[in-house]
Ligand binder design. Structure first.
Ligand code: ZN
Length: 424
């Protein structure tokens, strides 16, 4: 750590141009578990996660729909945060936006030109990769073998295929800012370098994101920082993607699954448990089966919590130590969760200290257990009756809409042959 007792983390955040998909849920749960766990360990965490509010996909949508980029960002950023709130993801300490940092990015690009690492062309300013020894370090590959994995924008005017845009000169219909190279907008990679160094300082502790960003995004972030004479992140951690019903999730495969849909039909805590049951470096499958399995695990935890709600005992240090051992060893959450479930079993067999341990350890990873069933209010009872009427009338769209509303207000909804019951 750079400063004893303190951890500084930068996490590449969302580009709000569409509704978040289930992969974004894993992405934020990854940093949330890390954040909560490090704080539970007594460390003072500063977490920065940006919002990319100027980018090709935002511009394309704004042009297609005839509205401003700011309008597109406002709509989808609000949806993003409301989904993250439902997932119980703590807000980062700082959420910088690219458009607030354009002036600092311009100064940084100017510095890179001055140091001989960047050059201007007819369509922008580019980073000259060959000038930076050690490029390819993060990707752990020599420069010439990286091409296969990189998306090369062929219409750009630059010296070599791997040079990347720091500044893009204005095109019709795009938002622009002033710069020494004329009006234009910053490239994507430069924002993370400038914002992380500005908010966390040189040599901050940890840079995180999904493993789809290792190359070229993180390689380029690091190259820019080093090129301008800064020590960049000391450590890097990349989490794996999610799969939807066995296939790598992507919009082109048409298996895009909106996170908000998932949260309308599943307890958000079950998705957190599903995430914890996979190591962050492993992909996991999101399907009705895996979600149902996570929900039944959650039911066991909630049933435990109702039974042992008033246990006054102190957690068992040996079990806490075992849990910590797994978490400290590269966040081995599957083993750590197994420790929790072993303690649940021990509690049911009469071990009171194990019961207190479960509450302590689920808290460390942000799993909020429901200790007491809550009384069902009159309005909710009326909705449940209306939902059963709709089911009987085979109006499943109506029944689903009511269910989604109940779930969004925190109720667990269980429908069986004898009707629907809710609890929370
Ligand atoms: Zn980034």
């Amino acid at each position: 750590m750079r400063d004893p007792g303190k951890v500084s983390i930068y996490h590449c955040g969302p580009t709000p141009y569409d509704v978040p998909h289930v992969g974004h849920g894993r992405n934020t749960l990854f940093y949330d578990v890390l954040h909560r766990y490090l704080e539970w360990r007594g460390l003072d965490v500063t977490l920065v996660s940006n919002v990319t509010d100027i980018e090709d996909k935002i511009i394309r949508r704004s042009i297609a729909e005839g509205r401003s980029c700011a309008d597109v960002v406002a709509e989808f950023e609000a949806i993003h945060w409301s989904a993250m709130d439902r997932l119980g993801v703590l807000r980062p300490d700082h959420v910088p936006k690219a458009t607030q940092y354009v002036e600092k990015m311009v100064a940084f690009i100017d510095e890179l030109i001055g140091r001989g690492h960047a050059y201007e062309t007819s369509d922008g300013v580019y980073f000259e990769v060959r000038t930076l020894p050690g490029y390819g370090l993060l990707a752990r590959q020599p420069l010439d073998s990286l091409r296969a994995g990189a998306r090369v924008e062929i219409d750009e005017d630059k010296r070599e295929w791997f040079d990347f845009a720091l500044w893009k000169k204005a095109k019709p219909g795009e938002p622009t800012w002033e710069s020494p190279w004329g009006p234009g907008r910053p490239g994507w990679h430069i924002e993370c370098t400038v914002m992380s160094l500005d908010l966390l300082g040189d040599g901050f502790d940890l840079h995180t994101a999904g493993d789809d960003l290792t190359f070229p995004h993180h390689e380029n972030e690091r190259a820019q920082a080093v090129g301008a004479g800064h020590a960049f992140s000391r450590h890097w951690t990349h989490h794996a993607m999610v799969e939807v019903e066995g296939q790598k999730m992507s919009k082109s495969l048409r298996n895009f699954t909106a996170l908000t849909d998932l949260l309308d039909h599943t307890d958000a805590r079950a998705y957190r448990l599903l995430t914890l049951r996979a190591h962050y470096k492993s992909p996991f499958d999101v399907s009705p089966d895996t979600l149902a399995d996570a929900e039944s695990g959650l039911d066991r935890l909630d049933a435990f919590a109702r039974r042992f709600a008033d246990v006054p005992a102190i957690p068992d240090p040996a079990t806490v130590e075992k849990f910590r051992g797994f978490m400290d060893d590269d966040l081995k959450t599957p083993q750590a969760v197994a420790v929790i479930f072993d303690a649940v079993n021990a509690a049911h067999k009469g071990d009171e200290r194990a019961a207190a341990t479960v509450f302590e350890l689920t808290g460390a990873v942000g799993l909020d257990l429901k200790r007491a069933p809550q009384a069902v209010d009159a309005e909710t009872q009326r909705q449940v009756a209306e939902m059963d009427d709709a089911r009987q009338a085979r109006d499943f769209a109506r029944a689903d809409a009511i269910r989604a509303d109940l779930v969004s207000r925190g109720w667990v909804v269980e429908s069986g042959p004898s009707g629907t019951v809710v609890h929370r």
